[in-house]
Design a protein around this ligand. Structure first.
Ligand SMILES: [Zn+2]
Length: 268
């Protein structure tokens, strides 16, 4: 082979390698969505050690994957945005300054475009807009799905298509988006491991961790469904972060969320 054709062969070979490497990860865009704010009467209920009032942010995330759109959590309901004085909850007041539907519209996404609706768990500040996505397939842990709701009512709309995971689950089969089982805050709580081609790997916390202080000091709220399991879950999360060289993104931590770029900007 002449040196020049060898060069072409090498170049073509490298081209094949990089194309196939890209084909392994189908994520095209990753959006951070504002999903409300929670004013707490007693921050210590969620972040042990704190006293007095505090604020938690509420964050949802949207993934554009080659195989379809995936929404992670739905935040406080859009109905809360129609109440400027906020909506009272058992721990404080919910505020919503920008509707999820408006943020989706801004980037040209209809609720019916969402193929997968993955939920960290079934608490009110994460499922406020689920009814907007009745055509999507729910991705939840079986333990959360089967957990009886108040007055023994189902926590999820039985008419919705659902994939009940029993542990970790690779959503698209390419390792780019994985449900990570992290029980404790609720029986079937899960985190989401997202491997972004340019930004790197992220672990979306859900409520396995509410604040950076909880993470740094390895603390969990006493009111969690299972406190010991919550602490064990922190170890599991640390192992996942190490294994995948991932960054932890805590959706309820206002100081972290302030550093993110919100939709319509996006990460790749
Ligand atoms: Zn929450």
């Amino acid at each position: 082979m002449k040196p020049l054709s060898l060069l072409f062969a090498l170049a073509a070979g490298f081209g094949v390698v990089s194309n196939s490497a890209m084909a392994q990860n189908g994520i095209e865009r990753f959006y951070v969505l504002y999903c409300g704010e929670i004013a707490l009467n007693d921050m210590g209920r969620f972040s042990p050690g704190f006293t007095g009032p505090g604020t938690l942010s509420d964050t949802c995330y949207l993934i554009k994957h080659r195989q379809g759109w995936l929404l992670w959590d739905t935040g406080l309901g859009d109905a809360v945005a129609d109440k400027p004085e906020g909506q009272k909850s058992n721990a404080g007041v919910w505020y919503n300054k920008k509707k999820l539907s408006a943020q989706l519209a801004e980037i040209g996404v209809k609720p019916s475009d969402i193929r997968y609706l993955a939920l960290s768990h079934s608490h009110g500040d994460h499922v406020g807009n689920v009814d907007m996505f009745l055509q999507s397939t729910l991705l939840v842990q079986k333990a959360e799905y089967d957990w009886p709701g108040p007055n023994n009512t189902p926590r999820f709309n039985p008419a919705m298509k659902v994939m009940k995971a029993d542990g970790d689950h690779d959503v698209f089969g390419d390792g780019s988006v994985t449900l990570i089982s992290t029980p404790g805050h609720s029986p079937g709580h899960q985190c989401l491991l997202v491997k972004l081609p340019r930004t790197g790997a992220l672990l979306l916390s859900g409520d396995a961790v509410h604040t950076k202080a909880n993470w740094d000091l390895k603390r969990a709220p006493e009111q969690n469904f299972n406190h010991a399991q919550s602490i064990a879950t922190l170890d599991r999360m640390a192992a996942v972060l190490r294994e995948h060289n991932a960054a932890l993104w805590i959706g309820h931590e206002p100081s972290e969320v302030a550093q993110r770029k919100y939709a319509p900007a996006y990460y790749e």
